[in-house]
Design a protein around this ligand. Structure first.
Ligand SMILES: *Cc1c(COP(=O)(O)O)cnc(C)c1O
Length: 410
């Protein structure tokens, strides 16, 4: 790659303006006011028309519209994603729903990858058709011919996850962007699994959405989301008459924005360590002949593709899957890991500092039917593991091995 096309998200983050606190603090102050003083009453109508915002010589208006602290986090996430602008929401699903509601009108179609987060699947499959008259075609996003055939019918949006949950198949973002644009569709990418690792907007995506709840916040104590896109799209989301963020109201609390913002400087260290440990476990499990899926493994079908798209230095992500074939065996294994070995927690979600593990078919993908699960290749014994970084790697591997032996897999 030429140095001109090289992009380092953490360098972009470091290049954003430093936000000093009110008293010169090294951290920004938190602006918790829900409303803002207009110093000159005659400017109020212009502020309401959006002609005089904080960036145009005016001031902030009301907390459901832009908030200064939330705006800072939005700018930082936009820097990481390499987009012109960004804004935050109260959850990842709010970011996804608001984006899709903004892009689609009643009667429009969406083409979506068929291996996506269960909540997003339910939104597309069950909620939007009845509530909004927006219908979705699910296709295997790895099959570009199938994607093109679905787009040719006419679609507003092509929706994929950078790394599919839980198969960890990687989306061919440059090719998908080219296809989407050829058919006048907007490419929306959920980059929750791959912050820093992949920058979808740099590869052609139009809108990047995140659940900040996972790796970006990293401590499983805040539910939050973000939308990164061009400034025009972010402004449309906040339009007083037609903006999804303004009118559906999934507003982020400024305290949450402050908390998450303080965790961005060490996101790189965390992603590297999640990745280093996930690779260690995946290699050892695969040496033992177990059915492990990790996109960093040389044997993973997406490894080469991921290498062509990723920003070097941040690893291959913290999520891996172990297919134990039967739900009973998988449950026994997780039970002994958590309750005998004190290795991690049986819990949904991911990106926590400790290991979280869950059976995908019975939890985060349970919104899908048996046929949809089979089409997405989600087996009943598939354990999704989000590797944490507490304790030493050797200690954790020892616990894992003991648990394998206890359930007869050793
Ligand atoms: C968790 C998750 C979401 C939903 O995010 P919330 O913050 O829980 O609303 C969306 N997409 C992916 C890939 C996720 O893992």
């Amino acid at each position: 790659m030429s140095s001109a096309s090289r992009f380092d998200p953490l360098e972009a983050l470091a290049a954003t303006r430093h936000e000093f606190g009110e008293h010169g603090g090294v951290n920004m102050s938190v602006e918790t006011s829900t409303t803002f003083t207009v110093m000159h009453p005659e400017t109020m109508p212009e502020i309401f028309r959006g002609a005089l915002g904080p960036d145009h010589g005016g001031c902030y208006l009301y907390g459901r519209h832009f908030n200064p602290t939330v705006s800072v986090l939005g700018r930082q996430l936009a820097a990481i994603e390499g987009t012109e602008a960004g804004y935050c929401t109260s959850s990842g699903l709010a970011a996804i729903a608001s984006t899709l509601m903004q892009l689609c009108d009643s009667g429009d179609r969406i083409v979506s990858g068929n291996t996506i987060y269960g909540g997003t699947y339910a939104l597309l499959h069950d909620y939007l058709p009845g509530k909004a008259g927006v219908h979705t075609d699910f296709v295997d996003e790895g099959d570009l011919g199938a994607v093109e055939a679905a787009l040719r019918v006419g679609a507003r949006v092509l929706y994929v996850e950078t790394m599919a949950n839980p198969t960890l198949e990687v989306a061919r973002i440059p090719e998908l962007a080219e296809l989407a644009h050829r058919y006048d569709a907007t490419l929306v990418v959920d980059n929750t699994f791959c912050p820093l690792i992949v920058s979808p907007a740099r590869l052609g995506a139009d809108v990047v959405v995140h659940s900040l709840t996972k790796f970006i916040n990293g401590t499983s104590d805040v539910i939050a989301g973000a939308i990164c896109a061009d400034a025009d799209f972010i402004a449309r989301l906040m339009d007083l008459h037609t903006g999804s963020l303004m009118l559906l109201g999934p507003t982020m609390d400024p305290r949450a924005a402050f908390q998450i913002s303080l965790r961005l400087p060490h996101l790189g260290l965390r992603m590297r360590e999640h990745g280093r440990r996930a690779m260690y476990f995946a290699e050892r499990l695969s040496e033992r002949g177990l059915d492990v899926t990790y996109p960093g493994l040389a044997s993973h079908p997406s490894r080469e593709l991921l290498d062509s798209m990723r920003n070097p230095g941040y690893g291959y992500g913290g999520v891996s899957c172990l297919d134990l074939k039967s739900a009973e065996l998988a449950q026994a294994f997780m039970d002994t890991l958590q309750n005998d070995e004190r290795f991690g927690f049986i819990a949904v979600s991911l990106g926590y500092f400790d290991t979280l593990m869950s059976l995908s078919a019975g939890s985060t993908s349970s919104e899908m039917s048996e046929e949809a699960l089979a089409a997405a290749q989600i087996s009943p014994g598939l354990v999704r593991v989000s590797i944490g970084y507490t304790g030493s790697v050797e200690q954790r591997w020892q616990e894992f091995e003991t648990a394998l032996t206890r359930v007869g897999l050793g």
